[in-house]
Design a protein around this ligand. Structure first.
Ligand SMILES: Nc1ncnc2c1ncn2[C@@H]1O[C@H](COP(=O)(O)OP(=O)(O)OP(=O)(O)O)[C@@H](O)[C@H]1O
Length: 708
């Protein structure tokens, strides 16, 4: 730096009032909270010349000499004041120079000190910079680490977000699955619930029905028992009343006799008194009347004699009466004996008559058209001998077309043991079969079948409230009661079973056991008896009981069927009545069975159009009906018991001892009057004709179907 400029610099402010040096800054830093890095440091202008704050003030070590006025570059010769005496004053000038040198030296020293201060400051700054660099490095490393961590965190966050997204998706899927599963589960639970509710409802209904039935049954039984008791009580009371009446009559008679006696004794006494009075009077009047007295005594004696002779007469009369009574009793006994002999004879004759009529008889019954069936729906049936024997029926067959196109209708004529037209009532039909019922009471096995297509009137004929079953039971009960005076005592046991799909069911058992409880048929070949295991046997103690039995059976069947009369159409029902009679006088014993069979509908397989369970039912029905036909045909051919195919169906096996041999069979062929059923009607009548042509045991006129 040229000295002038340096001087110039100094002239700016060569004597500052206060000197501040970097060292002083250090030295005066007594505040411990201020670290070197935090101390405000004045930066020299040389370092940062632009900074206005960095101007350094230099110390004033010597008093400034008065200014002589110096030559400067601005000074001109003219302007310089030589007159002041300074212009050539060497000493002053030396003094000035010394002064300036001193000042310069001071400043030099000062500068040197400042430089070292600056160096220290620079070192400090360097170390500080180093520290800061270290820190910066550390910071950078930390930054890098942070960045790396940040990156990792970002990655982790991204991964976590991914995972979260996945988890969310999985969760959503799981949630969806859960929801759908829950929905399905709730559906199934609801379905199960509904099902169990329905089942519970059904069970509840069936229980209510069962309870109702049981209640009705109990009520019926109770009613019957009460009725019986009442009857017994009535008869007992009547008997007691009769006996009391007899006793009373006797006592009254005795009383009357005693009264008579008393009156006569009183009269006697009165007379005696009178006599005594007379006697006293006579005694008072002395013996004048002794003759009268004697006569009176003799009169009295005569009277006594008379009385004595009357008692003898009475006892004679009594003996006579006793004798007469003994004679009457002997006669009664003879009459009773005769009656018993006649009853035995009647049984024999009755059986002979039945045998002469044939052990298989076939009746035909045509039901009337019902309310919902028009007259125009009816087929053309005529009954040629209606006014005589009523054995024939004539049917105009369906239209048949020949190959030439001519339409003809065949005339079918059938003949049976009896034909009942549509106007016949159940009572008329029963009149014809009552003799067979009598045979059962006489100890024979009797089978009465109802055969025909569905809706032809089988159940109406057999099990309606005025049908054959109730009528038969009433007749049996009445006959058994009337036979009591001939020494006969009867017990009646009833079973009601059904053959459904070749299984035997108990119609008097519990409804829920139908189709579940297995009944077995056992035959005692020695005694010719059939036992059905586990079947409910009811003692028929009054004819009224049969009504409740029929109702119970119908209720059981309706529980098992979905439609009202469906079950009855698809199964055979067999009402079995065992009649065991014993005569305690003659020691005779009889055991007969009356089987009343309502067969299943006989429609042909091809016509029924059945499938599935219905097909199975129809096949079983047809098989058992044809087995029945086979058994009857085999019996008709006079085959021995062993060769009769009883075992081919449950029905024929059950009725083994009531079909053939000494038993009697009656078949009703039931016919619908409708044109629509004509084909089935003709099939039924042809089957019945075959049965009619079979004769078991006795010679019988053969009849054939005549197609005219
Ligand atoms: N002789 C008759 N008089 C008046 N109504 C009758 C007569 N026969 C049958 N019916 C009526 O005809 C209908 C069918 O009769 P029913 O039920 O007895 O026939 P079904 O042959 O037993 O039929 P399913 O085989 O279905 O049991 C019933 O309503 C019944 O009351």
């Amino acid at each position: 730096m040229p000295l002038c400029s340096f001087m110039e610099d100094l002239t700016l402010d060569p004597f500052p009032d206060e000197i501040v040096s970097p060292n002083m800054v250090f030295k005066h830093n007594r505040n411990p909270s201020l670290s070197p890095s935090k101390i405000p440091v004045p930066i020299p202008a040389q370092i940062f010349p632009s900074s206005p704050q960095t101007q350094v003030r230099y110390p004033l070590t010597r008093k400034r000499p008065p200014s002589p006025g110096f030559l400067t570059k601005e000074t001109t010769i003219k302007s310089f004041n030589f007159s002041a005496g300074g212009e050539w004053d060497q000493e002053a000038r030396e003094q000035n120079v010394e002064y300036f040198v001193d000042a310069f030296m001071d400043r030099w020293t000062q500068q040197g000190q400042d430089v070292s201060g600056y160096k220290e400051l620079a070192d400090m700054y360097k170390s500080r910079v180093g520290e800061l660099e270290e820190k910066g490095k550390a910071q950078t490393e930390e930054n890098i680490r942070f960045r790396a961590e940040l990156e990792q965190s970002r990655l982790r966050i991204a991964a976590a977000e991914d995972a979260l997204r996945h988890a969310q998706r999985d969760h959503e899927i799981a949630l969806d699955e859960l929801v759908s599963r829950q929905r399905a589960e709730s559906e199934s639970v609801r379905y199960e619930g509904q099902k169990s509710l329905q089942a519970l409802q059904a069970q509840h209904e069936s229980e209510v029905d069962e309870l109702k039935r049981r209640f009705e049954r109990d009520l019926e039984d109770e009613k019957c028992a009460r009725l019986r008791e009442m009857n017994k009580l009535h008869s007992q009371t009547a008997l007691d009343a009769q006996l009391s009446q007899i006793e009373l009559d006797k006592t009254m008679k005795e009383l009357a006799a005693t009264r008579d006696d008393l009156q006569s004794v009183r009269a006697e006494l009165d007379r005696e008194r009178k006599n005594t009075n007379n006697l006293r009077h006579n005694l008072d009047t002395a013996t004048s009347n002794s003759v009268t007295l004697e006569s009176t005594i003799s009169a009295l004696k005569a009277r006594i004699e008379f009385l004595e002779s009357g008692r003898e007469e009475q006892s004679e009369a009594f003996e006579r009466l006793n004798q007469q009574m003994m004679d009457a009793m002997a006669e009664t006994n003879t009459a009773k004996e005769k009656l018993r002999r006649e009853e035995t004879l009647r049984r024999k004759l009755h059986n002979q008559v039945q045998e002469l009529k044939g052990n298989i008889r076939v009746f035909c019954r045509v039901r009337p058209t019902l309310g919902n069936e028009g007259v125009s729906d009816a087929a053309q049936f005529t009954y040629p001998d209606e006014t005589e024997d009523s054995k024939e029926i004539n049917i105009i067959g369906p239209e048949e077309k020949s190959t030439l196109g001519t339409v003809t209708r065949k005339n079918h004529n059938f003949s049976f043991d009896h034909v009942f037209g549509p106007s016949a009532q159940n009572g008329d039909v029963f009149d014809e079969i009552s003799q067979l019922v009598q045979s059962a009471l006489d100890g024979y096995n009797v089978c009465i079948f109802c055969y025909g297509q569905t809706g032809s009137g089988k159940t109406h004929t057999m099990s309606s409230l005025d049908g054959m079953i109730p009528r038969a039971v009433h007749q049996i009960y009445e006959t058994a009661t009337s036979l009591e005076e001939k020494g006969w005592r009867y017990t009646m046991e009833g079973n009601f079973v059904e053959v459904y799909n070749e299984n035997l069911n108990d119609l008097l058992g519990k409804a829920e056991e139908l189709d579940k409880k297995k009944l077995e048929i056992r035959h005692d070949m020695q005694k010719g008896k059939t036992i059905i295991t586990d079947a409910t046997t009811v003692q028929l103690e009054s004819p009224e009981m049969v009504e409740s039995l029929l109702k119970r059976a119908a209720a059981n069947r309706s529980v098992a069927a979905t439609k009202a009369n469906e079950r009855s159409s698809r199964s055979h029902s067999v009402f079995i009545l065992k009649l065991i009679g014993e005569n305690y006088i003659t020691g005779e014993r009889s055991e007969g069975t009356l089987n009343l069979v309502d067969l299943a509908g006989s429609e042909r397989l091809s016509h029924s159009g059945a499938t599935g369970d219905r097909l199975k039912e129809t096949q079983n029905i047809n098989r058992s009906l044809s087995s029945l036909g086979d058994v009857i045909a085999a019996l008709g051919q006079g085959k021995k018991e062993g060769h009769i195919p009883y075992r081919n169906s449950k029905l024929t096996y059950l009725l083994q001892f009531s079909l053939g041999g000494n038993s009697k069979t009656l078949m009703f062929v039931m016919v619908s009057p409708l044109q629509a059923h004509l084909s089935e009607t003709l099939t039924s009548l042809k089957f019945a004709t075959k049965v009619h042509n079979t004769h078991i045991g006795t010679a019988k006129k053969q009849t054939r179907v005549r197609d005219v």
